[in-house]
Design a protein around this ligand. Structure first.
Ligand code: IMP
Ligand code: MG
Length: 334
């Protein structure tokens, strides 16, 4: 039995989706629960040659025996959810908590103008205004929506029962530590806390139930929207290095910087990380593309991983070597 929380140690977009899509089938995970903010997240999963961009459903959909739940802390856009359920053909294994709050078009309108759009440069998906209304206790909940009736389930109950039955559970966080409303670069941040403790609260498990916190980093750092990014590269330089990614939800170009050890160290502290994952090592060290064992990584790549471990003082157990589910080095003792 194991309960693993997966969260990001930078500004989001470090490849949590890919890590989850590997862990779910590899560890025969019975239940994966989405935590985090809402459809402002974009997780890219490449499975059997097909690319999926998910904003609501857990990335564990690739493992068809896994139950896919959304915790009460998460905001739901019903249209996006229903579309993703169809896309992944997962009607009979999706569950939404009745207490999830609902994003309406009025929230999206507010998010797409004024300071939120121009200064904070939000994703414009309505999550901030919806969370604000939730705090005012006037927001609609999933239990009020006939479209979602078939999916409603007591998510905290299901998750805790799965753990009582000694099954494997994954908690899928979204965004990243430095986008947290509490620990991030306020006011350039998202609308709630997104660290590991918040992820537990989002899905209704207590901190004593967690066995592992996997903190996901990318080989370089990226950020979309406003706010500070230490050692930011020019767009020209980022493009030259192949680091100028396009954001999943908004299509904006992500700003880029080298791996930031100081941010990584603090993220380990804030999340109580027990392990780290480092993704996209093949972008910086192309000779590592598709490699599945640590020994086969190049000397330079190994030196980089060792340096991270020395700085952050937790083991790097998972190393992403390409976008595909199985393009990964797994150094856990499983
Ligand atoms: P909001 O979460 O849409 O309110 O956006 C607030 C800030 O967080 C903006 O800078 C967004 O670009 C950023 N952000 C929100 N969600 C994500 C994500 O999933 N990945 C990366 N950045 C995000
Ligand atoms: Mg993303």
């Amino acid at each position: 039995m194991s309960c693993t929380v997966v969260v990001c140690g930078f500004f989001g977009d470090t490849g949590k989706g890919k890590i989850i899509s590997y862990l779910a089938p590899r560890d025969k995970v019975a239940v994966t629960v989405r935590a985090g903010v809402g459809p402002n997240a974009g997780h890219t999963v490449v499975h059997e040659g097909r690319e999926y961009k998910l904003r609501m459903l857990p990335s564990a959909f690739v493992y068809d025996r896994c139950r896919l739940l959304i915790g009460p802390g998460v905001l739901i856009n019903p249209q996006i959810l229903v579309r993703e359920v169809q896309l992944t053909n997962s009607q009979n294994r999706v569950g939404v908590d009745p207490q999830c709050a609902i994003i309406e078009s009025k929230h999206i309108q507010v998010d797409r103008k004024g300071e939120l759009a121009e200064k904070i440069k939000t994703t414009g998906t309505g999550t901030g205004p919806c969370n604000a209304e939730r705090a005012l206790r006037t927001v609609k909940l999933a239990r009020d929506m006939p479209d979602l009736k078939n999916y409603l389930t007591d998510v905290p109950q299901e998750v805790n029962e799965a753990l009582n039955d000694r099954k494997n559970v994954l908690i899928e966080g979204t965004q990243g530590t430095y986008l947290s409303l509490y620990h991030g670069t306020y006011p350039y941040c998202t609308s709630k806390d997104v660290t590991a403790s918040a992820a537990c609260s989002d899905v209704g498990i207590g901190p004593t139930r967690v066995n592992d916190v996997v903190l996901v980093f990318k080989t370089y750092t990226t950020r979309v929207g406003g706010g500070p990014l230490p050692n930011e590269l020019s767009q020209e330089e980022a493009e030259k290095r192949g680091w100028a990614e396009v954001a999943t939800v908004t299509g904006r170009i992500r700003r880029a910087a080298p791996f930031n050890y100081d941010l990584a160290k603090r993220a380990v502290m804030l999340n109580g990380a027990t392990q780290a994952a480092v993704t996209k090592i093949d972008i910086v060290y192309p000779e590592c593309k598709g490699v599945q064992s640590y020994e086969e990584l190049s000397q330079q790549a190994k030196t980089f991983i060792k340096k991270i471990e020395k700085e952050i003082k937790v083991p790097v157990t998972l190393i992403g070597t390409g976008p595909g589910t199985w393009e990964i080095v797994d150094r856990r003792n499983v």
